[in-house]
Design a protein around this ligand. Sequence first.
Ligand SMILES: NC(=O)c1ccc[n+]([C@@H]2O[C@H](COP(=O)([O-])OP(=O)(O)OC[C@H]3O[C@@H](n4cnc5c(N)ncnc54)[C@H](OP(=O)(O)O)[C@@H]3O)[C@@H](O)[C@H]2O)c1
Length: 332
Amino acid sequence: MQRVIPRLGRNGPRRICAVSYHDMATSPGDQTDTRLADLSRYIYGTTRLGDDKIQFADRVKMAHAAMDAGVWFHTSHQYGDALKVLRAAFDADRKRVPRMIFKIGWSTIQELRQTIQQNIEPLGVDHMDIGQLCLGGKLAEEFASGGKCHDDFRKLREERLVHRFVLEVFPWTSRLPLAALRAGHTKGVIDGFIFYLNPLQRFASNELWDLLQERNEPIVAMRTVGGGDVHRLRDVPGAAWKDYLRQRAVEIAPLFERSGCKTWPEFCVRFVFGFPQVRTTVGATSRPENLRAFLDAVKTIKPLPSDIQSQIVSLQYRWSDQTDLHAEPWSM
Ligand SMILES: NC(=O)c1ccc[n+]([C@@H]2O[C@H](COP(=O)([O-])OP(=O)(O)OC[C@H]3O[C@@H](n4cnc5c(N)ncnc54)[C@H](OP(=O)(O)O)[C@@H]3O)[C@@H](O)[C@H]2O)c1
């Protein structure tokens, strides 16, 4: 069954590509570009494994449930004691260690090598399938101008310490990835871009977002459900960690209600996979039933009704101009 998916820009549809429902379910994205095409459609985000209010044994059980599902994991040594939980889960059966994306950074190549060790040693693994470059300071500037760090990244690949790289983007860091992409410096080094992308957040600036679409750059979408159920974010005081999220939930809830989607995860997954560049969505949970909801949502992915998809896209252009672009680093 064929359905025409408009590629949406600020002023509505820009280009048209045909994708079949079957393709959407199994391998969304440009069929000729294989970068990151091997990622599972859903990636288990491990932040909730670091929540010490939950019994350690229950968190290990949760990790095992995600391992049983055969999906990729996204993790970091910054997520409380999540790496300890993962180590316990992996040690029960080393043959089932999942493929993983790790956060690495920050301002120098020495620091970056250090963060690699801080992540792989506690897990007893010898490499990273994908390193998420969280660049700041000198290293970010060097990257944007095509400097020496590109050789350092290639070296890490040759050493088989990091097999592939994706570049992290925030609204307040979009300028440098944009410069790097424009100048062609990401070619051959970066396999894709990773940022918050869900109905409530699109953390690449409008300019960068347009260029990512134009260049057909693979995207790893983060925070599948934008932090939780949309009605809860809208209605329960304190559920949204910042008021801008509550305000966005007020605008998005009516679109969700009109969409015909049975669940919020279904709506979120159908929204992000409406962009052919999106390879996967990263969502966290500490509950087996919510893991099941994520897995169900990616089983068969149908596009959202096109008017709903384009209304969210328009909202995200407005939010980016009005709020994201002016946000202090780490304030949202
Ligand atoms: N800079 C970065 O690299 C960065 C930043 C943020 C996130 N991440 C990655 O992305 C992952 C996800 O981010 P996130 O945890 O911030 O956002 P998220 O996945 O959108 O939200 C997770 C929250 O939603 C709840 N939830 C899960 N499924 C649900 C459902 N079906 N219905 C209602 N609520 C549900 C979870 O609670 P329960 O535990 O109760 O299910 C949890 O509190 C992280 O684990 C991390 O791997 C990376």
